[in-house]
Every structure is written in C-alpha cells, then in structure tokens.
Design a protein around this ligand. Sequence first.
Ligand code: PEP
Ligand code: MG
Length: 595
Amino acid sequence: MKKKIDDEIVKVEQELTGESVVSGWGLGKAYFVGRAVQQQETSAVNISREAVGGEIIRFNEIRDRARRDYRKLIQDLDSESTVDSSILNVYEHILDDPAFIGQVVETISAKLFDLETSIRMVSNDFIKRFDSAGTAYLKERSSDMVEVCEKLVSYLHNEDGRAKTFAEPVVLIVLRTFTPSDILAYDRSKISAVITVSGGKTSHAAILARSYNIPVISGVRNISDHIAPNDEVLVDADKGTVFVHPSAAVVSEYHKKTHGEEIYRELKSKWNRPVYTRDGIRIEVLANISLPEDAEEAVLNGADGIGLVRTEYLLSNRKDMPPEEAHMAYYESILSKGRGKHTTIRLMDIGGDKIPQFFDMPQEFNPFMGWRAIRIFLERKEIFETQVAAILKAGKGHDYSIMVPMVTTLQEWMEAKAFIREVAAKVGIPMPKCGVLFEVPLATLEINMFMKEIDFASIGTNDLIQYLSAADRNNSKVNYLYNPVEPAFLRIIRNAIKIANDNGKPLSICGEMAGHPLHTVLLIGLGLRRFSVIPRSVPLIKEIIANISFAEAAESISHIDVIESMDEMLEWLKNLNLRLLGDVLKRIPYIESSV
Ligand code: PEP
Ligand code: MG
C-alpha cells in the first residue's frame, strides 16, 4: 500500500498472515517466480545490442520446445481423460500468435531487455488487457497466458544448469505450489525466505528449504494485492507473519534475533562424536542430503553417516539424462566429502513432484499414486542400469549401501534386487548391501515378509503418512490430517521398528518426523536406534538423545495404546517431554510452532 504525502511516496507497513512451513526469519526484496510480472520495473535485465540476435533465436527455440511439449501432452491424454485437449490447442495458438511474437521481439530489440524480462512484460500486457475485457471468455484467456509465459520462462531457468543469481537478498514469492526447482534454480545463498500460496511441511521443496535454513510461509492470501515486485518484505516464519514495507522498529528487532545460532554453533562443536542415551544405549544420528556440498555439511554437523542421498537431485537443472560419468562424479564427490562415513544411496525417486524436465513422463492426474521410483525403475531398467553401475563403480573402496524407494510388494523388491545383482555381476563388483525404504502402507504393514530379503530398512514417514491418511503432503489445506503423532500411525511404526529390531535388521527413520525435537523422546520410546535428519538438525537431536533414558522412554510409550485422539496425544507428548527432558527442549532452536 502506498500513501502520497506532499508528492512523496510513503510506503506503509502491512502485516499478512500465513502458516509456518519452515521456521526462521528473513528479509529481502520481493521476487516473484513462476508467474507473469505485474510491473514494468520488475527484475528487468538489460542486454547489449550484440546479444539481441541470440535472445531472439532462444525465443524461437523455446517456443518450439513448448509446442512439442504441449503436443506430447495432447497425445498422452487418453480417450477417457477428463482434460479437454482444446485447452492445449489454445496454448499452441498463443505460442504462434503474431502479436505476441512481434511484441516480444520488439521488446528485446528496441528496449534491449533480456528474453525473460521481455516475455514477462509482454505476457503481462496481454493479461491486463484480458482481465479488463469483462467477458468470462477473455478472462479465461488471461490464465492461459500465465500458463504459456510460465512454461517459456521455466525453460530459461533450467536451460544452462546454472543457478540464477541476485545482487541482494530476495524473498521468493511463489504464486502456486512451491516446488524444489524454485529453490534450486536460484543462488540459494541470496534467498532469505519464501512466501507461497500452498505447500506442506514435508513437501520436497520445504525439505530443501529447511536443509538450507530458508524460512517458508505458506497459505498467504491475495499476495499480489499486497506485495509488488521489489517491495521490501520481512518474513517471520516462527509466527507466520509477513511484514510488507517493515518499519525500522520491526527490522531492528529482526536484526537482534539470533535464530538460535549461538546455541546451534555450541551444539555443533560439541556433537562431533557418537551419542549415547543416559543409560548407555548408542543411537546413530545420520544425515539426509541431496547435493555433494550437503555431505560436507553432514560431516561438519557431526552426522554418524549419511542415511539418505536423494539422488534425483542430480537431475535438477539438467537438459538430459546424465551419462554414467556424470552419475559417477556425483557419487564420488558425495562419498569423498562424506569422509569414510557409511552412506546410503537411494535410487532416483523420480515421479510425484520430482519430474525431470527432459523425462518423457505421461500426464498423470494423481502423480504421487502413479508412475514413480521403483515403478519406473522396473519398466525402464536401462535408466537405472546407468545409475546402479555408476554407484557400484564410484563406491569401490567406500562404505555404502543402496536403498530402493516406493517399494509396495515383495515381488517388486525381489525383481529390483535381482537386477542390481545382475548389474553388479556385469561390472564385476560385489553386490553391496541393499535395503528398502518403507513408505508405502502395504509394504510397511507387511514388513516381516521382507526381513529375510533385506540388509536394512528405513521408514519414509513423509510419504507413509500421506498414503496412510490420504492427505497430500504438498497441500496445506489437508495439513490437519497429515500428522506424525496420530496414535494409529505411531502404532504402525512401532510395529515395524519392533519387527526389524527382533530380526536384527538396522532400521532408521529418514522422514522429516525424525528431525523434529519434540518427537525424539517418542521415537526412542518406540525403540528407534537410528535417526536420519537434515544436517543442521544432527547436533540438536544428539543433544536431546544424550538427555534421555532409553528405558524410561520405552516404559512410557505403552501409553499410546490407550490414547484415542490427537489432542490427547499432543497433551501427553508435551508432558512426556517435560517429564523426561525437563528444560532441555527450551534451549533447542528451530522448534516449529506446531507438531
Ligand atoms: C519419505 O517419504 O519420508 C522420504 C524420506 O522420501 P522423500 O521425502 O524423498 O519422498
Ligand atoms: Mg518418500
């Protein structure tokens, strides 16, 4: 909101509210991603006259690419599809519209703006005209224009594999569901916070943001009515508040906040060693990572090993499926940065919300329930052969194992394992230890069937909760059902942990649940001896473990059998934490506002 006083524009502070997804504070200039711009001055990038020709060629290339992708989408829609393929024809029509093409070319060549700025400006002009046209038909064309603009710009962001940089800190504004590439496409050292319309706490984008200590707020309404590009924005994700044009007082309060950094640093230097409960039980705290540099962070934070490498991130920002050498370089880098600690490499979990831009993925209406991870692996073995061979070769002389995501049936697992064995024989390398990520209810409920056939297990609570409660992990609207401390859910994982312990198979939990300080007592009580969490959480979880008695926690846990409701469970958990940990949790930073 702007007030005009004596010809001077005064920007008035406004407060917006949302839900905390990743806690912390951040201050920066608003930068809108994934949507046509609203104002001409937005993030405009100028180019030299010599660069004009190149930008126009790129424009034609990405229009061709979008046309091909839309055509493919039309082909993939089967006859029973509920999507009207004529909508895709409208997109094609926009791509070939002489007015649209002409204006973008003119903006590049006459105004010397780069391709992205030009596409956004021209799209924005069209959108404004459609929006003010008054007829429902033309208003709909406005959202078509947004779609086409987004599509074209997305190719530019992922084109060269390099992160987009900013001169000063930004608050990313995502006017749709928040996705991992919203973080990976940019220089993340400059992203001070994210404001998004929708996205749950365990969405892959939120997990990445949490790993990189970027606060996130979701569910903020009518963002573009209140925030314009380049506005100064302060995000307090602990409270779920966004300050637009924050006053000097609010900014100075923010600067005083330490984000618990001092305590974090103290614990980080303390916990570069193994942790035991008060009664002497060794508990391992491993790290979840995505990129090679995260392995360094894991070691610096005192992780006892790496419990999950999300290898699909090797594919982000790539134009093509990486050859074996690229895979090998990625694993070699992770394994050497991991300094000899055991590393569990998960085969690519593609599908769901992680679809590589080059992958010929059919249009799905329920992607998390669709063609994902091992389901793609078993059908497209050639892709996974490259990955498995590269892991085996890079793993020579290192302590590592392979984990397979999204296994539903024992039969699938046997087929996957046989294939890994076949590849190992082909490259002449002994079969490594292999295990299953239990994240599909059917497999988890029948975990006993797998015991003889696996070397280790991990529970992926992020997916397991969404499948058990039929609540999309990316959708903040159903967050209330997506609950790791739901009594029935706890009983299910207690059973899985017990079966693995009884069979002498190591079992970890690598979902976000394991990294939440309020859950540590609970999980120890359930018998868990291996946690896998984001690197920054390792010292925090170790500090809590050192203050817990394994026997006391185990004794208390039988109480979950008599708890019926969530509210009762939360109350009980609060008291349990207080009784067994006293004031320890009060010192632990980064506790999100709700469980
Ligand atoms: C999980 O589902 O808990 C898990 C660890 O895998 P991801 O979050 O990558 O789906
Ligand atoms: Mg998962």
